[in-house]
Design a protein around this ligand. Structure first.
Ligand code: SAM
Length: 287
């Protein structure tokens, strides 16, 4: 049975009376090479397990079951359970779990369902939760790698470097915690229903320790968020809210220049190291 074959998809879903839900981000793959490539490149092997988010009708799940020892797939839509029971009938190493990825303790789930095996995460993520789902997958600290399909523009935002228009607070958050790379693009016509935008597969490999050393992580991210909240403003104005009135404009300008940066620089030009230097200088100055 071809789980990406459009006639097969229509037949199975029709027999189960399944209707696609736009609000659950249900765009199923219709190109078999995509789940095959994700399974081949996600890093899973017979000595490891995979947590999959959103199996849909199971095309990626079935490919993951071939490369990994065990697969636990978390699906929110109960209407897909009878479909998955049929499509994954020949995959005894797969367990489908009902749940919302954003409300699930992913570390506990990986531990319980994968029996202590090294764990990887994989997903064709529903669009409406792309960034919180990536954050949850990284923050839980349970995965050796996180391989996710997301909108192409999000993939470019995640991997963007300082000074580019795609560079954002989310680029810095992900790159602080993980090595990020785009594996390949997936055109919109590889899905049913066809989404409006193209996708890309992103691989994140969590770092042993953060990319840069900061004396106060909360302040680091507060500065990053403030800098990008008003990205057209110079940093000495934009970053002020991060200090809650504890540094006036001239003190902040002095800190910025003490880090070797131009006093008129905008936050979007700062590398992770620049933001770390600024945070560490601020921690020193504030005592
Ligand atoms: N993996 C399938 C594929 O590639 O064809 C389906 C991917 S589809 C883009 C996203 C899947 O995530 C759907 O099955 C949807 O029901 C499920 N989903 C949506 N929100 C979810 C959530 N909060 N937690 C878990 N699964 C969710």
């Amino acid at each position: 049975m071809g789980l990406c074959d459009i006639n097969e998809i229509r037949d199975i879903l029709g027999r189960h009376g399944f209707q696609f839900s736009k609000s659950l981000g249900q765009n199923f793959l219709t190109a078999q090479w995509v789940p095959e490539r994700i399974a081949a490149e996600c890093g899973a092997d017979k000595d490891s397990g995979v947590v999959e988010i959103g199996p849909g009708m199971g095309c990626l799940t079935a490919e993951l079951s071939k490369v990994a020892q065990r697969v636990a797939a978390v699906e929110l839509d109960r209407a897909l359970f009878p479909v998955l029971a049929e499509t994954l009938a020949d995959c005894p190493n797969v367990e489908v779990v009902h749940g919302d990825v954003l409300k699930t303790d992913l570390a506990a789930l990986a531990q319980e369902k994968l029996g202590g095996l090294p764990a990887h995460a994989c997903a064709n993520l529903p669009y409406y939760i792309t960034t919180p789902a990536i954050s949850a997958l990284l923050d839980c600290g349970a995965f050796r790698s996180v391989t996710v399909m997301v909108q192409r523009e999000v993939a470019h935002r995640v991997c963007a470097q300082a000074g580019t228009s795609d560079y954002s607070a989310f680029s810095i958050y992900v790159q602080y915690h993980a090595h990020a790379e785009i594996l390949f693009d997936v055109p919109a016509d590889c899905f049913v229903p066809r989404p409006k935008v193209d996708s890309a597969v992103l691989r994140l490999v969590p770092r042993d320790k953060p990319a840069v050393e900061v004396a106060d992580e909360k302040l680091f991210f507060a500065i990053v968020r403030a800098a990008f909240n008003q990205r057209r403003k110079v940093l000495s104005n934009a970053a002020a809210p991060a200090f809650g009135g504890r540094l006036d404009k001239s003190a902040l300008t002095a800190l910025i220049t003490s880090c070797g940066l131009d006093e008129r620089v905008r936050g979007e030009r700062l590398t992770l190291q620049n933001f770390a230097d600024l945070t560490n200088a601020a921690v020193k100055a504030l005592g």
